[in-house]
Design a protein around this ligand. Structure first.
Ligand SMILES: Cc1cc2nc3c(=O)[nH]c(=O)nc-3n(C[C@H](O)[C@H](O)[C@H](O)COP(=O)(O)O)c2cc1C
Length: 397
């Protein structure tokens, strides 16, 4: 309104052009600044490539698949890319092929592929999702069926908050001791330091989709009787302690991905999620990424476009944290509407980017936004999308 008033107070001859420009500007293609103790990080637009496991690492080390995948999606026009769930210790991998960051070898591989992928694309901030799979570790890859692997099939002993398996017929995880919880926190802290050292711009702790931190939050997986189980305060204790330890050691942008609901009677609830987000904010979180589900096959998810957005809206309203919405957001207008309603600050997409790696270019064409693109691709724009790369010019003779 202030902008509108200022422009209208100018003479009509000057007013019409800026007025149109201001009011046709898409929120999705406006910049967004995430704060951190180290300083501000500004994203060129509000589109996030959500973390997506590639199950293509060797002993945790990134491979040429990652080079191709990151190089491709760093050229997507998004404002932020989040690297897949990355295990902080070998036994925290979901599958034997999951990415890791637990020693010098995995750090060097990640650094090498990341640097080379970055050299192939316009600059954009890259975050990493640090993870421990807990009782969902030691699984086969999705294309091999995703089932729990026995130790003689390349699997390993699994752990969790309680000795409750994910599925009733599966082998039982062992309930983690206090010493194991401390070692896990240490592993997250060390991995955060490694990520920082290789130039990663921010960290997302994985506390969603039924993995270790979510297992502690949820009464479905956590039936401990010590100070880490039972009440809300006790169930958030380990994830919050872990968050605080990483926060104390790492001054870059730090947030957490949460499953806002277990979609299950007796499970973790949206109300608990909002209360946890308030605590995270007080502990120094810079953002929250709101997903849902994954703790149990019994979940009853009301799936559809925007189905997780109301959780993001509620968490944002109650905690005031910068919030990323995700889940079946597929069209530019849908993404723009989420931001216009103020339900979230950023919008993440996963599958849509695998299907259409240039999704953000098409969104820019639809919403009159602009993206940065590699020079090699400047000649591609169809007639209806000529302004998508801004004022770039190419010549030939
Ligand atoms: C191939 C694939 C891998 C995924 N890996 C991760 C992951 O590493 N970490 C995570 O939190 N979510 C992961 N997800 C979930 C996505 O980040 C996202 O939350 C989910 O797909 C819903 O968003 P969408 O409807 O835009 O795909 C994965 C999804 C896909 C399709």
């Amino acid at each position: 309104m202030v902008v509108k008033a200022i422009i209208l107070s100018l003479s009509p001859a000057f007013a019409c052009i800026p007025y149109l420009k201001v009011f046709s500007m898409s929120l999705l293609f406006s910049s967004y600044t995430l704060a951190s103790p180290r300083g501000d990080l500004t994203l060129a637009n509000r589109i996030v490539v959500a973390p997506m496991c590639q199950y293509s690492a060797v002993q945790g080390a990134a491979t040429d698949w990652h080079l191709m995948h990151w190089g491709n999606l760093f050229n997507s026009g998004s404002g932020l890319f989040i690297i897949e769930a990355t295990a902080v210790m070998p036994e925290g991998r979901i599958t034997p092929a999951c990415l890791g960051l637990w020693d010098d070898t995995t750090e060097a591989a990640l650094k090498d592929k990341l640097e080379r992928a970055r050299a192939l694309a316009p600059a954009l901030p890259v975050f990493i999702q640090l993870s421990h799979a807990g009782r969902k570790a030691s699984s086969s890859t999705p294309w091999q069926g995703g089932q729990l692997l026995a130790e003689d099939q390349g699997g390993w002993a699994i752990c969790g908050p309680s000795d409750i398996p994910q599925l009733p017929n599966e082998r039982t995880p062992h309930a983690m001791s206090k010493a194991e919880l401390e070692a896990t926190i240490d592993a997250f802290v060390v991995a955060a330091g490694r990520a920082d050292r290789i130039g990663i711009d921010g960290i997302e702790l994985h506390s969603a989709h039924g993995y270790l931190l979510h297992q502690f939050l949820s009464p479905i997986a956590n039936q401990r009787t010590d100070e880490y189980g039972g009440s809300f305060e006790n169930r958030i204790r380990f994830p919050l302690d872990l968050f605080q330890a990483v926060r104390a050691a790492y001054s870059g942008v730090l947030g957490l991905r949460l499953s806002a609901s277990d979609w299950l009677e007796g499970g973790w609830t949206p109300e608990e999620s909002a209360a946890f987000a308030v605590r995270l904010k007080a502990a120094g979180a810079n953002f929250i990424h709101v997903s849902s589900g994954g703790i149990s096959r019994q979940q009853q998810i009301a799936i559809g476009p925007d189905y997780q957005v109301p959780f993001a809206k509620d968490i944002k309203a109650q905690s005031g944290l910068p919030t990323i919405a995700v889940g079946l957001i597929t069209s530019p207008l849908q993404a723009e509407a989420i931001l216009e309603r103020g339900d979230a600050d950023l919008v993440a997409l996963a599958r849509a980017f695998l299907y259409k790696p240039r999704w953000a270019w098409e969104a820019a064409a639809a919403l009159k936004g602009e993206v940065l693109a590699s020079e090699q691709y400047w000649r591609c724009l169809p007639a209806e999308a000529q302004a998508v790369f801004g004022s770039v010019r190419i010549g030939q003779r």
